[in-house]
Design a protein around this ligand. Structure first.
Ligand SMILES: [Zn+2]
Ligand SMILES: [Zn+2]
Length: 270
């Protein structure tokens, strides 16, 4: 129950900090990949770039950076308000801070489960965004960037950002999670989403993490590879890019059509 007076100073500090953290992570991680590859190795894209012949125009780069900054501020605003409400006694997000309350086994197991649930919910939300009406009204803004760049990460319609955030936060209202688990998983999701949009050919040492080419191909072929980190969801639904299938912006459904178009360069994901 909300039995406290509104503490505006506390509210502003928490909401402000929450907005700042997301935007700071974006600029530090995306800035790092931008300088390391696009600035320092911009003259040799064939050695590192997923799409060596395709680059965003400078105005698209700026637009993506501004949009991602605005969207992470909106996301931070929502999260900050949830944190404030929680600290004021709102008990709906089932969070805990003492490992002893549930034990280590539960805390570690629920952290892994949180990651899998958030990843699965992101897959289904993204897949829903590829239904024709939602794609044409909302999701197409993210798909304007056929070549990706680290700043494209949440360059999308704000309604899409809010839908993704709602889906990702859903598990927090269903079962108890340690506060640190939530921070770690959300941090992972943001950082790896930036890496997946970097446009740089990268393969993670983390065994369950898909290569950056997996989401980069989503931007090239549109209705395929809807997953975020785990390729599992695409595999079980048959929506992982396959050889001998033709994909494209007008080819909805996630499974492509028989035909070789786009398959000449087919490389199986590691
Ligand atoms: Zn998409
Ligand atoms: Zn994307």
């Amino acid at each position: 129950m909300l039995d406290h007076e509104m503490d505006w100073l506390m509210w502003a500090s928490i909401v402000g900090a929450s907005m700042l953290v997301g935007v700071a992570v974006l600029w530090i991680v995306a800035g790092y990949y931008h300088v390391r590859y696009y600035v320092r190795r911009g003259h040799e894209p064939e050695t590192w770039k997923c799409q060596p012949k395709r680059f965003l125009r400078p105005d698209q780069q700026r637009q993506a950076a501004i949009l991602s900054t605005i969207n992470l501020s909106i996301g931070g605003f929502v999260s900050g308000n949830l944190v404030y409400a929680y600290l004021q006694g709102w008990e709906l997000p089932k969070l805990y801070t003492e490992v002893a309350d549930y034990g280590w086994l539960y805390t570690l197991g629920s952290t892994a489960l949180l990651f899998v649930l958030m990843d699965g919910l992101a897959y289904y939300t993204h897949r829903a965004m590829h239904l024709k009406p939602l794609f044409k009204r909302i999701h197409r803004y993210h798909h304007r960037y056929i070549a990706t760049s680290p700043f494209v990460v949440v360059a999308m319609h704000p309604l899409e950002l809010l839908s993704l955030q709602a889906a990702t936060f859903l598990p927090l209202f269903v079962m108890p999670f340690h506060v640190a688990s939530v921070i770690v998983v959300l941090g992972y999701v943001l950082v790896f989403n930036i890496i997946d949009h970097s446009g740089v050919r990268l393969v993670s040492r983390i065994p369950w993490q898909g290569p950056s080419m997996y989401h980069d191909d989503h931007h090239v072929y549109f209705h395929v590879n809807f997953g975020q980190h785990l390729m599992f969801w695409d595999r079980i639904h048959g929506t992982l890019r396959r050889e001998g299938r033709r994909y494209g912006v007008d080819n909805f459904g996630g499974k492509g059509k028989p035909g070789a178009g786009g398959s000449e360069d087919f490389v199986k994901y590691p």
